[in-house]
Design a protein around this ligand. Structure first.
Ligand code: PMP
Length: 598
Protein backbone atom coordinates (compact mmCIF):
# COMPACT_ATOMS: atom_id res chain seq x y z
CA UNK A 1 0.00 0.00 0.00
CA UNK A 2 2.80 2.37 0.85
CA UNK A 3 4.41 1.55 -2.49
CA UNK A 4 1.18 2.28 -4.32
CA UNK A 5 0.74 5.51 -2.40
CA UNK A 6 4.30 6.64 -3.12
CA UNK A 7 4.24 5.68 -6.80
CA UNK A 8 0.67 6.41 -7.89
CA UNK A 9 -0.87 8.87 -5.43
CA UNK A 10 1.81 11.23 -4.11
CA UNK A 11 2.93 12.36 -7.60
CA UNK A 12 -0.65 13.42 -8.38
CA UNK A 13 -1.26 15.47 -5.26
CA UNK A 14 0.77 18.45 -6.45
CA UNK A 15 -1.60 19.12 -9.33
CA UNK A 16 -4.76 19.17 -7.21
CA UNK A 17 -6.36 22.18 -5.51
CA UNK A 18 -4.53 23.08 -2.29
CA UNK A 19 -5.80 25.22 0.56
CA UNK A 20 -5.73 25.46 4.34
CA UNK A 21 -7.43 22.28 5.56
CA UNK A 22 -8.68 21.30 9.02
CA UNK A 23 -6.84 17.99 8.78
CA UNK A 24 -8.81 16.24 11.52
CA UNK A 25 -12.41 16.42 10.31
CA UNK A 26 -13.72 13.60 12.48
CA UNK A 27 -17.10 13.56 14.22
CA UNK A 28 -15.53 14.17 17.64
CA UNK A 29 -14.53 17.61 16.42
CA UNK A 30 -18.05 18.63 15.40
CA UNK A 31 -20.35 20.48 17.82
CA UNK A 32 -24.09 20.32 17.39
CA UNK A 33 -26.72 22.74 18.67
CA UNK A 34 -27.98 21.98 22.16
CA UNK A 35 -31.62 21.95 21.10
CA UNK A 36 -31.12 20.41 17.63
CA UNK A 37 -28.62 17.57 17.24
CA UNK A 38 -29.06 17.70 13.44
CA UNK A 39 -27.68 21.23 13.32
CA UNK A 40 -23.92 21.66 13.25
CA UNK A 41 -23.07 24.57 15.55
CA UNK A 42 -19.30 24.56 15.34
CA UNK A 43 -16.08 22.81 14.56
CA UNK A 44 -13.23 22.60 17.03
CA UNK A 45 -9.60 21.47 17.22
CA UNK A 46 -7.74 23.55 14.67
CA UNK A 47 -4.38 22.38 16.00
CA UNK A 48 -3.67 20.12 13.04
CA UNK A 49 -4.41 22.70 10.33
CA UNK A 50 -2.04 22.62 7.38
CA UNK A 51 -1.85 23.70 3.76
CA UNK A 52 -2.69 20.54 1.79
CA UNK A 53 -4.86 19.17 -1.00
CA UNK A 54 -8.50 20.14 -0.41
CA UNK A 55 -9.59 16.55 -1.03
CA UNK A 56 -7.65 15.41 2.07
CA UNK A 57 -10.31 16.97 4.31
CA UNK A 58 -12.97 14.93 2.51
CA UNK A 59 -10.93 11.74 2.79
CA UNK A 60 -10.17 12.31 6.48
CA UNK A 61 -13.85 12.87 7.27
CA UNK A 62 -14.82 9.83 5.18
CA UNK A 63 -12.16 7.71 6.92
CA UNK A 64 -13.60 8.64 10.32
CA UNK A 65 -17.23 8.03 9.37
CA UNK A 66 -16.70 4.82 7.43
CA UNK A 67 -15.02 3.07 10.37
CA UNK A 68 -18.40 2.96 12.13
CA UNK A 69 -20.45 1.97 9.09
CA UNK A 70 -21.54 -1.51 8.08
CA UNK A 71 -21.18 -0.42 4.48
CA UNK A 72 -18.05 1.76 4.43
CA UNK A 73 -18.32 2.46 0.70
CA UNK A 74 -21.78 4.02 1.03
CA UNK A 75 -20.49 6.08 3.95
CA UNK A 76 -17.57 7.40 1.90
CA UNK A 77 -19.96 8.30 -0.92
CA UNK A 78 -22.29 10.17 1.45
CA UNK A 79 -19.44 12.27 2.87
CA UNK A 80 -18.13 13.07 -0.62
CA UNK A 81 -21.63 13.95 -1.85
CA UNK A 82 -22.20 16.26 1.09
CA UNK A 83 -18.93 18.10 0.47
CA UNK A 84 -19.54 18.21 -3.30
CA UNK A 85 -22.95 19.80 -2.71
CA UNK A 86 -21.24 22.84 -1.20
CA UNK A 87 -17.83 22.83 -2.88
CA UNK A 88 -17.95 20.93 -6.18
CA UNK A 89 -15.19 18.37 -6.42
CA UNK A 90 -13.14 17.55 -9.49
CA UNK A 91 -12.87 14.09 -11.04
CA UNK A 92 -9.13 13.85 -10.32
CA UNK A 93 -9.82 14.56 -6.66
CA UNK A 94 -12.67 12.06 -6.42
CA UNK A 95 -10.50 9.34 -7.97
CA UNK A 96 -7.99 9.67 -5.11
CA UNK A 97 -10.45 9.52 -2.21
CA UNK A 98 -10.11 5.74 -1.79
CA UNK A 99 -6.31 5.82 -1.54
CA UNK A 100 -6.39 8.79 0.82
CA UNK A 101 -8.96 7.09 3.06
CA UNK A 102 -6.86 3.92 3.14
CA UNK A 103 -3.74 5.96 3.90
CA UNK A 104 -5.52 7.77 6.73
CA UNK A 105 -6.86 4.60 8.36
CA UNK A 106 -3.53 2.81 7.94
CA UNK A 107 -1.70 5.75 9.56
CA UNK A 108 -4.10 5.71 12.49
CA UNK A 109 -3.51 1.99 13.03
CA UNK A 110 0.25 2.41 12.79
CA UNK A 111 0.42 5.40 15.10
CA UNK A 112 -1.80 3.79 17.73
CA UNK A 113 0.09 0.51 17.56
CA UNK A 114 3.36 2.36 18.00
CA UNK A 115 1.95 4.26 20.95
CA UNK A 116 0.73 1.03 22.54
CA UNK A 117 4.24 -0.40 22.17
CA UNK A 118 5.83 2.80 23.53
CA UNK A 119 3.35 3.96 26.19
CA UNK A 120 3.61 7.39 27.77
CA UNK A 121 0.18 7.20 29.43
CA UNK A 122 -3.03 5.15 29.38
CA UNK A 123 -3.26 2.79 26.41
CA UNK A 124 -6.57 0.97 26.91
CA UNK A 125 -8.50 3.39 24.70
CA UNK A 126 -5.86 2.99 22.00
CA UNK A 127 -6.24 -0.78 22.12
CA UNK A 128 -10.03 -0.45 21.83
CA UNK A 129 -9.58 1.89 18.89
CA UNK A 130 -7.20 -0.43 17.03
CA UNK A 131 -9.45 -3.43 17.66
CA UNK A 132 -12.36 -1.54 16.17
CA UNK A 133 -10.50 -0.09 13.18
CA UNK A 134 -8.89 -3.28 11.87
CA UNK A 135 -12.15 -4.87 10.68
CA UNK A 136 -13.19 -1.61 9.05
CA UNK A 137 -9.83 -1.46 7.32
CA UNK A 138 -10.29 -5.04 6.06
CA UNK A 139 -13.74 -4.16 4.72
CA UNK A 140 -12.27 -1.21 2.86
CA UNK A 141 -9.50 -3.32 1.35
CA UNK A 142 -12.05 -5.95 0.34
CA UNK A 143 -14.16 -3.33 -1.45
CA UNK A 144 -11.24 -2.51 -3.77
CA UNK A 145 -10.08 0.67 -5.47
CA UNK A 146 -12.02 0.24 -8.74
CA UNK A 147 -15.33 -0.47 -7.00
CA UNK A 148 -15.02 2.52 -4.70
CA UNK A 149 -13.94 4.80 -7.53
CA UNK A 150 -16.89 3.65 -9.67
CA UNK A 151 -19.35 4.10 -6.76
CA UNK A 152 -17.97 7.56 -5.97
CA UNK A 153 -18.10 8.65 -9.60
CA UNK A 154 -21.67 7.37 -9.88
CA UNK A 155 -22.74 9.16 -6.68
CA UNK A 156 -21.21 12.45 -7.79
CA UNK A 157 -22.44 12.09 -11.40
CA UNK A 158 -19.01 11.91 -12.95
CA UNK A 159 -18.82 9.65 -16.03
CA UNK A 160 -16.83 6.40 -15.69
CA UNK A 161 -13.08 6.64 -15.13
CA UNK A 162 -10.93 6.54 -18.26
CA UNK A 163 -7.74 4.66 -17.40
CA UNK A 164 -4.32 5.28 -18.87
CA UNK A 165 -2.91 2.57 -21.16
CA UNK A 166 -2.08 -0.56 -19.17
CA UNK A 167 -3.89 0.64 -16.03
CA UNK A 168 -6.71 -1.88 -16.47
CA UNK A 169 -6.02 -5.35 -17.75
CA UNK A 170 -7.87 -6.73 -20.74
CA UNK A 171 -9.41 -9.68 -18.86
CA UNK A 172 -10.97 -7.32 -16.33
CA UNK A 173 -12.30 -5.09 -19.13
CA UNK A 174 -13.70 -8.14 -20.96
CA UNK A 175 -15.61 -9.25 -17.86
CA UNK A 176 -17.12 -5.78 -17.45
CA UNK A 177 -18.05 -5.73 -21.15
CA UNK A 178 -19.76 -9.13 -20.98
CA UNK A 179 -21.81 -8.04 -17.98
CA UNK A 180 -22.82 -4.83 -19.70
CA UNK A 181 -23.78 -6.63 -22.92
CA UNK A 182 -26.03 -8.96 -20.98
CA UNK A 183 -27.77 -6.13 -19.13
CA UNK A 184 -28.05 -4.14 -22.34
CA UNK A 185 -29.68 -7.03 -24.19
CA UNK A 186 -32.13 -7.56 -21.35
CA UNK A 187 -32.99 -3.90 -20.90
CA UNK A 188 -32.72 -2.37 -24.39
CA UNK A 189 -33.68 -5.42 -26.42
CA UNK A 190 -31.43 -7.83 -28.32
CA UNK A 191 -31.82 -6.08 -31.69
CA UNK A 192 -30.24 -2.76 -30.79
CA UNK A 193 -27.38 -2.95 -33.25
CA UNK A 194 -23.76 -2.64 -32.13
CA UNK A 195 -20.74 -2.01 -34.33
CA UNK A 196 -18.02 -4.69 -34.65
CA UNK A 197 -17.85 -8.44 -34.05
CA UNK A 198 -16.45 -7.61 -30.62
CA UNK A 199 -18.26 -4.42 -29.55
CA UNK A 200 -16.38 -1.45 -28.17
CA UNK A 201 -16.94 -0.01 -24.72
CA UNK A 202 -16.02 3.66 -25.11
CA UNK A 203 -15.52 5.91 -22.13
CA UNK A 204 -14.01 9.15 -23.43
CA UNK A 205 -13.65 11.27 -26.54
CA UNK A 206 -11.34 14.15 -27.37
CA UNK A 207 -10.89 15.73 -30.78
CA UNK A 208 -10.61 12.92 -33.34
CA UNK A 209 -9.89 10.29 -30.69
CA UNK A 210 -12.11 7.94 -28.75
CA UNK A 211 -10.84 5.94 -25.75
CA UNK A 212 -12.15 2.55 -24.65
CA UNK A 213 -12.46 1.22 -21.12
CA UNK A 214 -8.87 -0.07 -21.17
CA UNK A 215 -7.58 3.37 -22.12
CA UNK A 216 -6.84 2.37 -25.71
CA UNK A 217 -7.11 5.23 -28.22
CA UNK A 218 -9.02 4.87 -31.51
CA UNK A 219 -8.85 7.32 -34.37
CA UNK A 220 -12.44 8.24 -35.10
CA UNK A 221 -12.89 8.34 -38.86
CA UNK A 222 -16.56 7.47 -38.67
CA UNK A 223 -18.54 9.87 -36.50
CA UNK A 224 -19.91 13.05 -38.03
CA UNK A 225 -22.00 14.09 -35.03
CA UNK A 226 -18.95 15.38 -33.10
CA UNK A 227 -18.50 17.74 -36.04
CA UNK A 228 -15.90 20.02 -34.44
CA UNK A 229 -14.30 17.15 -32.51
CA UNK A 230 -15.32 15.13 -29.46
CA UNK A 231 -15.78 17.16 -26.27
CA UNK A 232 -14.69 20.41 -27.89
CA UNK A 233 -13.85 22.76 -24.98
CA UNK A 234 -15.66 25.73 -26.54
CA UNK A 235 -18.87 23.73 -27.00
CA UNK A 236 -18.51 22.28 -23.50
CA UNK A 237 -18.13 25.73 -21.92
CA UNK A 238 -21.03 27.16 -23.94
CA UNK A 239 -23.39 24.38 -22.90
CA UNK A 240 -22.50 24.39 -19.22
CA UNK A 241 -22.53 28.17 -18.89
CA UNK A 242 -25.92 28.37 -20.55
CA UNK A 243 -27.36 25.53 -18.46
CA UNK A 244 -26.13 27.27 -15.32
CA UNK A 245 -28.14 30.36 -16.34
CA UNK A 246 -31.34 29.13 -18.02
CA UNK A 247 -32.82 26.20 -19.91
CA UNK A 248 -36.49 26.64 -20.72
CA UNK A 249 -38.56 26.47 -23.91
CA UNK A 250 -39.33 28.90 -26.72
CA UNK A 251 -42.49 29.95 -24.84
CA UNK A 252 -40.36 32.73 -23.33
CA UNK A 253 -38.42 35.40 -25.13
CA UNK A 254 -34.71 34.69 -24.96
CA UNK A 255 -31.84 36.18 -26.92
CA UNK A 256 -29.73 33.21 -27.91
CA UNK A 257 -32.41 31.46 -30.00
CA UNK A 258 -32.86 34.64 -32.03
CA UNK A 259 -29.12 35.17 -32.36
CA UNK A 260 -28.62 31.56 -33.44
CA UNK A 261 -31.48 31.64 -35.96
CA UNK A 262 -30.01 34.85 -37.36
CA UNK A 263 -26.64 33.21 -37.87
CA UNK A 264 -28.16 30.16 -39.57
CA UNK A 265 -30.36 32.31 -41.81
CA UNK A 266 -27.34 34.38 -42.82
CA UNK A 267 -25.74 31.32 -44.41
CA UNK A 268 -28.31 31.66 -47.24
CA UNK A 269 -28.00 34.47 -49.73
CA UNK A 270 -31.02 33.77 -51.95
CA UNK A 271 -33.53 35.67 -49.83
CA UNK A 272 -34.82 35.85 -46.27
CA UNK A 273 -34.88 32.66 -44.26
CA UNK A 274 -36.63 31.52 -41.11
CA UNK A 275 -35.91 28.65 -38.73
CA UNK A 276 -37.94 26.05 -36.88
CA UNK A 277 -36.07 24.17 -34.17
CA UNK A 278 -36.63 20.49 -33.38
CA UNK A 279 -34.65 17.72 -31.68
CA UNK A 280 -33.40 15.32 -34.33
CA UNK A 281 -32.83 14.76 -38.01
CA UNK A 282 -35.98 12.65 -38.30
CA UNK A 283 -38.10 15.39 -36.79
CA UNK A 284 -36.49 17.90 -39.17
CA UNK A 285 -37.30 15.83 -42.28
CA UNK A 286 -40.78 15.06 -40.93
CA UNK A 287 -41.66 18.73 -40.40
CA UNK A 288 -40.03 19.57 -43.74
CA UNK A 289 -42.39 17.16 -45.47
CA UNK A 290 -45.42 18.55 -43.63
CA UNK A 291 -44.40 22.04 -44.73
CA UNK A 292 -43.95 20.95 -48.34
CA UNK A 293 -47.35 19.27 -48.41
CA UNK A 294 -49.14 22.24 -46.93
CA UNK A 295 -47.35 24.73 -49.16
CA UNK A 296 -47.71 22.82 -52.42
CA UNK A 297 -51.13 21.36 -51.73
CA UNK A 298 -49.84 18.04 -53.09
CA UNK A 299 -49.33 14.80 -51.27
CA UNK A 300 -46.78 12.86 -53.33
CA UNK A 301 -42.99 12.90 -52.99
CA UNK A 302 -39.91 11.74 -54.85
CA UNK A 303 -36.83 10.24 -53.24
CA UNK A 304 -33.77 8.44 -54.53
CA UNK A 305 -34.04 4.65 -54.29
CA UNK A 306 -32.74 3.11 -51.05
CA UNK A 307 -32.76 6.52 -49.34
CA UNK A 308 -32.72 7.03 -45.59
CA UNK A 309 -34.30 10.20 -44.20
CA UNK A 310 -35.31 9.21 -40.68
CA UNK A 311 -37.58 7.11 -38.51
CA UNK A 312 -40.92 8.85 -37.88
CA UNK A 313 -44.06 7.23 -39.25
CA UNK A 314 -44.31 9.68 -42.16
CA UNK A 315 -40.59 9.61 -42.92
CA UNK A 316 -40.34 5.84 -42.72
CA UNK A 317 -42.01 5.97 -46.14
CA UNK A 318 -39.08 8.13 -47.31
CA UNK A 319 -36.58 5.59 -45.94
CA UNK A 320 -37.07 2.38 -47.88
CA UNK A 321 -33.35 1.46 -47.63
CA UNK A 322 -33.60 -2.27 -48.37
CA UNK A 323 -37.40 -2.49 -48.78
CA UNK A 324 -38.61 -3.82 -52.13
CA UNK A 325 -40.23 -1.16 -54.35
CA UNK A 326 -43.60 -2.94 -54.09
CA UNK A 327 -43.70 -2.26 -50.34
CA UNK A 328 -43.11 1.47 -50.62
CA UNK A 329 -46.30 3.51 -50.02
CA UNK A 330 -47.96 4.69 -53.24
CA UNK A 331 -47.48 8.43 -52.55
CA UNK A 332 -43.71 7.94 -52.65
CA UNK A 333 -41.84 7.30 -55.92
CA UNK A 334 -38.19 6.40 -56.02
CA UNK A 335 -35.87 7.46 -58.79
CA UNK A 336 -32.77 5.60 -59.87
CA UNK A 337 -29.51 6.27 -57.99
CA UNK A 338 -27.20 8.43 -60.15
CA UNK A 339 -24.26 6.09 -59.58
CA UNK A 340 -21.46 6.68 -62.06
CA UNK A 341 -19.48 3.64 -60.86
CA UNK A 342 -22.10 0.89 -60.98
CA UNK A 343 -25.11 2.52 -62.61
CA UNK A 344 -26.36 2.29 -66.19
CA UNK A 345 -25.05 5.73 -67.22
CA UNK A 346 -21.39 6.64 -66.73
CA UNK A 347 -20.60 9.03 -69.58
CA UNK A 348 -20.80 12.81 -70.02
CA UNK A 349 -24.54 12.66 -70.57
CA UNK A 350 -25.15 10.73 -67.30
CA UNK A 351 -26.69 13.72 -65.47
CA UNK A 352 -29.52 14.19 -67.98
CA UNK A 353 -30.06 10.45 -68.41
CA UNK A 354 -30.41 9.85 -64.67
CA UNK A 355 -32.51 12.99 -64.13
CA UNK A 356 -34.96 11.82 -66.81
CA UNK A 357 -36.22 9.24 -64.30
CA UNK A 358 -37.78 12.13 -62.38
CA UNK A 359 -40.10 12.73 -65.38
CA UNK A 360 -41.41 9.21 -64.99
CA UNK A 361 -41.91 9.63 -61.22
CA UNK A 362 -43.68 12.96 -61.64
CA UNK A 363 -45.99 11.52 -64.31
CA UNK A 364 -46.81 8.55 -62.09
CA UNK A 365 -47.59 10.73 -59.06
CA UNK A 366 -49.77 13.02 -61.18
CA UNK A 367 -51.59 10.07 -62.72
CA UNK A 368 -52.22 8.58 -59.27
CA UNK A 369 -53.73 11.87 -58.11
CA UNK A 370 -51.05 12.75 -55.55
CA UNK A 371 -49.07 15.27 -57.54
CA UNK A 372 -45.49 16.04 -56.53
CA UNK A 373 -45.20 18.11 -53.36
CA UNK A 374 -41.46 17.66 -52.92
CA UNK A 375 -38.30 15.88 -53.82
CA UNK A 376 -36.18 15.02 -50.77
CA UNK A 377 -32.51 14.31 -51.34
CA UNK A 378 -29.47 13.82 -49.06
CA UNK A 379 -27.14 16.32 -50.74
CA UNK A 380 -24.05 14.28 -49.86
CA UNK A 381 -25.44 10.96 -51.13
CA UNK A 382 -23.69 9.33 -48.16
CA UNK A 383 -26.53 6.89 -47.56
CA UNK A 384 -26.39 5.81 -51.20
CA UNK A 385 -22.83 4.58 -50.92
CA UNK A 386 -21.01 7.94 -51.09
CA UNK A 387 -21.46 8.01 -54.85
CA UNK A 388 -19.91 10.61 -57.14
CA UNK A 389 -22.97 12.28 -58.63
CA UNK A 390 -22.70 13.63 -62.20
CA UNK A 391 -22.36 17.43 -62.29
CA UNK A 392 -25.66 19.21 -62.83
CA UNK A 393 -27.81 16.20 -61.93
CA UNK A 394 -29.41 17.64 -58.80
CA UNK A 395 -30.38 20.90 -60.51
CA UNK A 396 -32.03 19.04 -63.38
CA UNK A 397 -34.16 16.96 -60.98
CA UNK A 398 -35.09 19.94 -58.81
CA UNK A 399 -36.06 22.03 -61.86
CA UNK A 400 -38.40 19.26 -63.04
CA UNK A 401 -40.04 18.99 -59.61
CA UNK A 402 -40.44 22.76 -59.35
CA UNK A 403 -42.01 22.88 -62.79
CA UNK A 404 -44.51 20.27 -61.58
CA UNK A 405 -45.41 22.39 -58.52
CA UNK A 406 -43.21 20.78 -55.86
CA UNK A 407 -40.34 22.06 -53.72
CA UNK A 408 -36.85 20.79 -53.00
CA UNK A 409 -36.19 19.54 -49.47
CA UNK A 410 -32.44 19.31 -48.99
CA UNK A 411 -31.75 16.74 -46.30
CA UNK A 412 -28.55 18.21 -44.93
CA UNK A 413 -28.40 15.92 -41.92
CA UNK A 414 -25.25 14.33 -43.40
CA UNK A 415 -24.03 17.05 -45.73
CA UNK A 416 -24.57 20.21 -43.71
CA UNK A 417 -22.20 22.52 -41.85
CA UNK A 418 -19.46 22.38 -44.43
CA UNK A 419 -18.98 18.62 -44.57
CA UNK A 420 -18.64 18.84 -48.37
CA UNK A 421 -15.94 21.49 -48.04
CA UNK A 422 -16.62 24.26 -50.50
CA UNK A 423 -19.98 25.44 -49.12
CA UNK A 424 -21.84 25.44 -45.85
CA UNK A 425 -24.70 23.40 -47.34
CA UNK A 426 -24.44 20.41 -49.64
CA UNK A 427 -27.18 21.63 -51.99
CA UNK A 428 -25.09 24.75 -52.64
CA UNK A 429 -22.21 22.52 -53.73
CA UNK A 430 -24.58 21.19 -56.42
CA UNK A 431 -25.45 24.78 -57.41
CA UNK A 432 -29.01 24.60 -56.04
CA UNK A 433 -30.67 26.44 -53.16
CA UNK A 434 -33.45 24.51 -51.44
CA UNK A 435 -36.82 25.88 -50.38
CA UNK A 436 -36.60 23.70 -47.25
CA UNK A 437 -33.40 22.56 -45.56
CA UNK A 438 -33.44 19.87 -42.86
CA UNK A 439 -30.59 19.85 -40.35
CA UNK A 440 -29.52 17.38 -37.67
CA UNK A 441 -26.57 15.26 -36.55
CA UNK A 442 -23.58 17.67 -36.53
CA UNK A 443 -25.66 20.75 -35.66
CA UNK A 444 -25.12 20.55 -31.90
CA UNK A 445 -21.91 18.48 -31.82
CA UNK A 446 -23.79 15.70 -30.02
CA UNK A 447 -26.48 17.64 -28.20
CA UNK A 448 -29.99 16.73 -29.40
CA UNK A 449 -30.91 19.45 -31.86
CA UNK A 450 -32.41 19.68 -35.32
CA UNK A 451 -33.64 22.55 -37.44
CA UNK A 452 -35.59 23.36 -40.55
CA UNK A 453 -34.58 26.44 -42.47
CA UNK A 454 -37.12 27.62 -44.99
CA UNK A 455 -38.65 30.69 -46.60
CA UNK A 456 -41.08 32.97 -44.75
CA UNK A 457 -43.79 32.01 -47.30
CA UNK A 458 -43.45 28.28 -46.66
CA UNK A 459 -43.41 28.80 -42.90
CA UNK A 460 -46.57 30.91 -43.27
CA UNK A 461 -48.31 28.13 -45.25
CA UNK A 462 -47.36 25.72 -42.48
CA UNK A 463 -48.30 27.79 -39.44
CA UNK A 464 -51.52 28.94 -41.06
CA UNK A 465 -52.82 25.39 -40.88
CA UNK A 466 -51.13 24.09 -37.75
CA UNK A 467 -49.86 25.41 -34.46
CA UNK A 468 -46.37 24.05 -34.10
CA UNK A 469 -44.37 23.83 -30.87
CA UNK A 470 -41.55 21.58 -29.73
CA UNK A 471 -40.92 21.47 -25.98
CA UNK A 472 -37.17 20.99 -26.25
CA UNK A 473 -36.67 22.35 -29.76
CA UNK A 474 -34.56 25.50 -29.70
CA UNK A 475 -34.03 25.49 -25.95
CA UNK A 476 -31.25 27.85 -24.80
CA UNK A 477 -28.76 25.05 -24.12
CA UNK A 478 -29.30 23.49 -27.55
CA UNK A 479 -28.92 26.92 -29.16
CA UNK A 480 -25.75 27.54 -27.14
CA UNK A 481 -24.35 24.28 -28.52
CA UNK A 482 -25.40 25.14 -32.07
CA UNK A 483 -23.95 28.59 -31.85
CA UNK A 484 -20.67 27.27 -30.42
CA UNK A 485 -20.42 24.83 -33.35
CA UNK A 486 -20.71 27.75 -35.78
CA UNK A 487 -17.98 29.60 -33.84
CA UNK A 488 -15.58 26.67 -34.11
CA UNK A 489 -16.34 26.12 -37.80
CA UNK A 490 -15.31 29.74 -38.40
CA UNK A 491 -12.43 29.99 -35.90
CA UNK A 492 -10.76 26.76 -36.97
CA UNK A 493 -11.59 27.25 -40.68
CA UNK A 494 -13.09 23.81 -40.89
CA UNK A 495 -14.48 24.15 -44.42
CA UNK A 496 -11.00 24.78 -45.75
CA UNK A 497 -9.70 21.89 -43.68
CA UNK A 498 -12.41 19.61 -45.10
CA UNK A 499 -11.31 20.52 -48.61
CA UNK A 500 -7.59 20.12 -47.98
CA UNK A 501 -7.50 17.15 -45.64
CA UNK A 502 -10.32 15.41 -47.53
CA UNK A 503 -8.39 15.71 -50.79
CA UNK A 504 -5.17 14.59 -49.09
CA UNK A 505 -6.99 11.55 -47.70
CA UNK A 506 -8.48 10.57 -51.07
CA UNK A 507 -5.07 10.96 -52.75
CA UNK A 508 -3.64 8.51 -50.23
CA UNK A 509 -6.54 6.12 -50.72
CA UNK A 510 -6.11 6.24 -54.49
CA UNK A 511 -2.43 5.44 -54.09
CA UNK A 512 -3.46 2.40 -52.04
CA UNK A 513 -5.89 1.37 -54.77
CA UNK A 514 -2.97 1.13 -57.18
CA UNK A 515 -1.43 -1.58 -55.00
CA UNK A 516 -4.57 -3.41 -53.86
CA UNK A 517 -6.96 -4.77 -56.51
CA UNK A 518 -9.58 -5.22 -53.75
CA UNK A 519 -10.09 -1.45 -53.80
CA UNK A 520 -12.39 -0.94 -56.77
CA UNK A 521 -13.14 2.74 -56.39
CA UNK A 522 -12.29 5.74 -54.20
CA UNK A 523 -14.87 8.52 -54.05
CA UNK A 524 -16.09 11.40 -51.97
CA UNK A 525 -16.02 15.12 -51.49
CA UNK A 526 -14.83 17.38 -48.67
CA UNK A 527 -14.47 15.41 -45.45
CA UNK A 528 -16.26 12.34 -46.81
CA UNK A 529 -14.57 9.41 -48.49
CA UNK A 530 -16.01 6.15 -49.78
CA UNK A 531 -13.86 3.14 -50.64
CA UNK A 532 -15.68 0.47 -52.60
CA UNK A 533 -14.24 -3.04 -52.23
CA UNK A 534 -14.69 -5.54 -55.07
CA UNK A 535 -13.54 -9.11 -55.68
CA UNK A 536 -12.98 -8.37 -59.35
CA UNK A 537 -12.59 -4.94 -60.86
CA UNK A 538 -13.99 -6.05 -64.22
CA UNK A 539 -17.15 -7.68 -62.88
CA UNK A 540 -17.35 -5.33 -59.84
CA UNK A 541 -18.42 -8.30 -57.72
CA UNK A 542 -19.01 -6.70 -54.31
CA UNK A 543 -16.58 -7.81 -51.59
CA UNK A 544 -19.14 -7.67 -48.80
CA UNK A 545 -17.58 -10.18 -46.42
CA UNK A 546 -14.13 -8.69 -46.98
CA UNK A 547 -15.49 -5.22 -46.18
CA UNK A 548 -16.65 -6.47 -42.80
CA UNK A 549 -13.26 -8.08 -42.22
CA UNK A 550 -11.43 -4.87 -43.13
CA UNK A 551 -13.60 -2.79 -40.79
CA UNK A 552 -12.98 -5.18 -37.89
CA UNK A 553 -9.26 -5.39 -38.66
CA UNK A 554 -8.96 -1.60 -38.77
CA UNK A 555 -10.62 -1.39 -35.39
CA UNK A 556 -7.98 -3.76 -34.05
CA UNK A 557 -5.37 -1.37 -35.47
CA UNK A 558 -7.04 1.56 -33.71
CA UNK A 559 -9.05 3.13 -36.55
CA UNK A 560 -12.85 3.40 -36.72
CA UNK A 561 -14.57 3.43 -40.11
CA UNK A 562 -18.08 2.38 -41.14
CA UNK A 563 -19.89 0.49 -43.88
CA UNK A 564 -22.28 1.93 -46.41
CA UNK A 565 -24.07 1.23 -49.67
CA UNK A 566 -26.85 -1.12 -50.70
CA UNK A 567 -24.33 -3.91 -51.34
CA UNK A 568 -22.56 -3.46 -47.99
CA UNK A 569 -19.15 -3.12 -49.63
CA UNK A 570 -18.28 0.57 -49.25
CA UNK A 571 -16.04 1.80 -46.44
CA UNK A 572 -17.57 4.94 -45.00
CA UNK A 573 -14.94 7.45 -43.88
CA UNK A 574 -16.61 10.51 -42.42
CA UNK A 575 -14.52 11.81 -39.53
CA UNK A 576 -14.97 14.87 -37.35
CA UNK A 577 -14.09 17.97 -39.37
CA UNK A 578 -10.92 18.54 -37.31
CA UNK A 579 -9.31 15.47 -38.94
CA UNK A 580 -5.79 16.40 -40.12
CA UNK A 581 -3.33 14.98 -42.68
CA UNK A 582 -1.38 13.08 -40.01
CA UNK A 583 -4.67 11.39 -39.01
CA UNK A 584 -5.22 10.53 -42.67
CA UNK A 585 -1.73 8.96 -42.79
CA UNK A 586 -2.55 6.85 -39.74
CA UNK A 587 -5.81 5.68 -41.34
CA UNK A 588 -4.16 4.85 -44.66
CA UNK A 589 -1.44 2.80 -42.95
CA UNK A 590 -4.10 0.80 -41.07
CA UNK A 591 -6.16 0.26 -44.21
CA UNK A 592 -3.07 -0.81 -46.13
CA UNK A 593 -2.34 -3.55 -43.57
CA UNK A 594 -5.98 -4.57 -43.22
CA UNK A 595 -6.47 -4.98 -46.98
CA UNK A 596 -3.11 -6.74 -47.39
CA UNK A 597 -4.20 -9.32 -44.81
CA UNK A 598 -7.32 -10.34 -46.79
N1 PMP B 1 -31.48 12.12 -42.79
C1 PMP B 1 -30.31 11.52 -43.09
C2 PMP B 1 -29.68 11.75 -44.42
C3 PMP B 1 -29.69 10.70 -42.15
O1 PMP B 1 -28.53 10.11 -42.44
C4 PMP B 1 -30.31 10.51 -40.89
C5 PMP B 1 -29.68 9.66 -39.81
N2 PMP B 1 -28.85 8.67 -40.23
C6 PMP B 1 -31.53 11.15 -40.63
C7 PMP B 1 -32.08 11.95 -41.60
C8 PMP B 1 -32.25 10.96 -39.32
O2 PMP B 1 -31.60 11.63 -38.28
P1 PMP B 1 -31.84 11.23 -36.75
O3 PMP B 1 -31.23 9.90 -36.53
O4 PMP B 1 -31.20 12.35 -35.95
O5 PMP B 1 -33.32 11.20 -36.51
Amino acid sequence: MIDHFADRVLPLLGDLRWQIIHNDTNSSNVLVAEDDPELIAGIIDYGDMIHAPLISDVAIAAAGICQHADDPVSAICEVAKGFDGVTPLEAEEVDLIYDLVIARVASEILICTWRIANPTGPIEYLKDFVAQVWPAFDRLLAAGRETVRARLRGALKFPPFCPGPGEIDQAEADTVLEEMLERRRALLGPKLYLFYDRPLHMVRGEGVWLYDATGRAYLDAYNNVPHVGHSHPHVLRSITRQYAALCTSTRYVYGNIIDYAERLAATFTDGPRVCVFVNSGSEATDISWRMAKMHSGKSGAIIIEKAYHGGTDAIDAFSPTDRPVGEIPAHIRTIVTPDTYRGAFRGNDAAALYAADADRAIAELDAAGYGVGAVMIDSSFVNHGIIDVPAGYLKLVVDKVRAAGGVFIADEVQAGFGRMGSHMWGCQVHGVEAEIVALGKPIGNGLALGAIITTPEILASFTEKTGYFSTFGGNPVACAAGSAVLDVIEDEQLLANAMETGEYLRRGLRALAQRHPLIGDVRGIGMIAGVELVRDRATQEPAKQETKQVINAMKEKGVLVGREGGLGNVLKIRPPMVFKPDNADFLIAALDEAVAAI
